[in-house]
Design a protein around this ligand. Structure first.
Ligand SMILES: [Zn+2]
Length: 243
């Protein structure tokens, strides 16, 4: 089994993408990938509409699509919490923040509501890391990981190579931090598994055109139970997936 821990749906004004349901399904099928975590892009012009499209996918293909909440954190707290509650009731599995795309540093006050919502509903939090520093530095997750030691935090892109060592140090410092190393070279991913174990590393691809090559980084450097753990075990455990 293979589950991608990082995919998007919808239009992204910030990074100029437009991904449709058909695009995602065709790519999953082409790459023989069983399922994917999926969330709106930062820079979505219609966050509610994109979450509703993701919900529709999870209803149509319940073992293939697992929704994650990605909302602009600069809205009123009451509106943020109300929308998170609505989406949790629809089965969404986690919350994502994008320090670059949402213009928010994880340590800033505006992100308090994100972690309060995650704490209320016991959801993992995915934080984009790498491109977009200083807000996207992996170590910005440390204060939140220590503030909420029972919450799981996933560092998307695991520092995106240039800050991968910092992502590794961050994960070693905080046992509730996990690494999703899309955009990171294969030899670094192999070292992550050696240093913190496969149970804290998960395959993710971010961009559909990168899915096959991101997968190959794992299949070409790992094998046996370690490979299985990275391809579906860790994502299943962290996001509490019923697969
Ligand atoms: Zn992404």
């Amino acid at each position: 089994m293979i589950i991608d821990a990082h995919q998007h749906l919808g239009i992204c004004d910030t990074f100029d993408h437009n991904v449709t349901e058909e695009d995602v399904l065709n790519t999953l099928n082409a790459n023989k990938i069983d399922g994917t975590i999926i969330f709106p892009f930062p820079g979505s012009m219609d966050e509610k509409g994109d979450h509703d499209r993701i919900y529709a996918l999870t209803q149509k293909y319940p073992k293939r699509f697992f929704g994650v909440i990605s909302l602009n954190p600069h809205i009123q707290k009451i509106d943020y919490l109300t929308e998170v509650e609505r989406l949790v009731k629809l089965g969404f599995k986690a919350i994502k923040i994008h320090p670059y795309g949402h213009a928010c540093n994880p340590i800033y006050k505006t992100v308090d509501k994100v972690f309060e919502a995650a704490n209320t509903f016991n959801l993992p939090v995915i934080i984009h890391t790498g491109i977009g520093t200083p807000s996207a530095l992996p170590s910005n997750a440390i204060p939140r990981a220590k503030q909420y030691p029972h919450l799981k935090i996933v560092l998307a892109h695991a520092g995106a190579y240039i800050y991968s060592i910092e992502a590794l140090i961050t994960a070693k410092e905080c046992p509730n931090i996990y690494l999703e190393p899309s955009w990171v070279p294969a030899f670094v991913i192999k070292n992550f598994v050696k240093e913190i174990g496969a149970h804290r590393v998960m395959f993710g691809s971010d961009i559909l055109a990168s899915q096959a090559s991101e997968l190959c980084k794992f299949t070409s450097t790992l094998s046996g139970p370690e490979l299985d753990q990275c391809l579906y075990g860790t994502v299943k455990e962290v996001f509490n997936l019923s697969v």
